[in-house]
Design a binder for this molecule. Structure first.
Ligand code: T46
Length: 134
């Protein structure tokens, strides 16, 4: 089974332009507690390099593009997010990295929990230990 779960959002555009609506438990498969966005990432800079113990997230590039690497300790997969109507669901203990941000990239992330630094696993060795322990 692929590590990458793509969510396709319905564009509600008309002659005036585009609109996408994301509703809790309809388009986003969890209760939404937080939204953040990453922008103005410098060329050549990568982000992420961590996993979460207990967090579900949906990531969408609302403008521009970036690459997501997801790794469950056995498999590593890459996806380019380059559409405001395509998101990915990240759940479970999955290592993530973001690379190749375009200059205009605005990466929006919807999260199932409030920010909690204690939820982060920031060492790849600790991540492997946790996934291998089941
Ligand atoms: C993730 C990927 C996709 C907060 O204070 N509140 C927040 O909600 C967030 C997300 C971050 N912060 C602070 C923590 C750091 O001092 O903002 C700073 C930058 O965060 P971080 O280095 O974790 O950013 P990324 O881009 O490496 O990772 C982020 C999310 O933190 C993470 O949960 O899955 O985007």
């Amino acid at each position: 089974m692929s590590l990458i779960k793509v969510l396709n959002f319905k564009p509600l555009g008309d002659e005036r332009g585009d609109l996408v609506a994301l509703e809790e438990l309809v388009d986003i498969p969890f209760v939404m507690k937080r939204v953040y966005y990453v922008f103005r990432t410098e060329r050549g800079v990568s982000r992420g390099f961590h996993a979460h113990r207990n967090l579900k997230q949906v990531a969408v590039c609302v403008t521009g593009s970036c690459e997501f690497v997801l790794d469950d300790g056995e498999n590593r997969e890459t996806i380019t997010l380059d559409s405001s109507t395509k998101g990915i669901l990240i759940e479970g203990i999955v290592w993530r990295e973001m690379h190749n941000f375009s200059d205009d990239c605005v990466l929006m992330v919807i999260a199932s929990e409030h920010y909690d630094e204690a939820d982060y696993i920031r060492s790849y060795d600790d991540f492997l230990e946790i996934v291998n322990a089941g």
